[in-house]
Design a protein around this ligand. Structure first.
Ligand code: IMP
Ligand code: MG
Length: 174
């Protein structure tokens, strides 16, 4: 099956939007420090760029949960593949995700992190596909609302490919 990738948001558009999110977060966390939790692997490109645009002190930790393999629908079964290195108790935490699709991964993850006693817990996602939502998840910061298409690039993969595209694209098969 041949793959066709079309540009949804250019590198410039993504960069501009991340700068805005960084400014917004910097304002809202003035006088505090933020602890970013990057959900591997998809959010890694976004998390690094976002961290660079935040002007209050930033610390960063990484977590990996099982997600799509070759499938294009999450099962609702979430497995922690790599846990955080540091405790989040008392910290102002922002979970950084690549995309909220059905919401299953995030709702599980946020509940689990809440139990660890952070001072505050928010969610920042690069992309939100609200049409696909199965589980209610509150998104505090969102880069772009997108239609129900399969997305690659800027960290997002199809079968582990195309994460390195500098733009956000829609992948189709013909
Ligand atoms: P959810 O649990 O259905 O919200 O799925 C979240 C995870 O599924 C994301 O963190 C991605 O890893 C993956 N995912 C969902 N939609 C897409 C997509 O359009 N492209 C690539 N990965 C996706
Ligand atoms: Mg992900």
């Amino acid at each position: 099956m041949a793959e066709k990738i079309s540009v949804l948001f250019t590198e410039e558009e993504v960069d501009a939007r991340i700068r805005e999110l960084g400014e917004q977060i910097s304002k809202e966390y003035a006088g505090k420090a933020v602890h970013l939790i990057c959900v591997l692997k998809g959010a890694s490109f976004f998390a690094c760029e976002l961290a660079k645009r935040i002007t209050v002190p930033v610390s960063l930790d990484f977590m990996s949960v099982s997600s799509y393999g070759r499938e294009t629908e999450s099962s609702g079964v979430v497995r922690i593949v790599k846990d955080l290195d540091e405790p989040i108790k008392g910290k102002d935490v922002i979970v950084v995700e690549d995309i909220v699709d059905t919401g299953r991964t995030l709702s599980y993850l946020l509940e689990m992190l809440k139990d660890r006693g952070p001072e505050s817990l928010k969610l920042c996602t690069l992309l939100d596909k609200p049409e696909r939502r199965v589980v209610d998840v509150h998104v505090d910061y969102n880069g772009f609302v997108i239609p129900d298409k399969f997305i690659v690039g800027y960290g997002l993969d199809y079968d582990q490919k195309h994460r390195n595209l500098p733009y956000i694209g829609i992948i189709e098969f013909e």
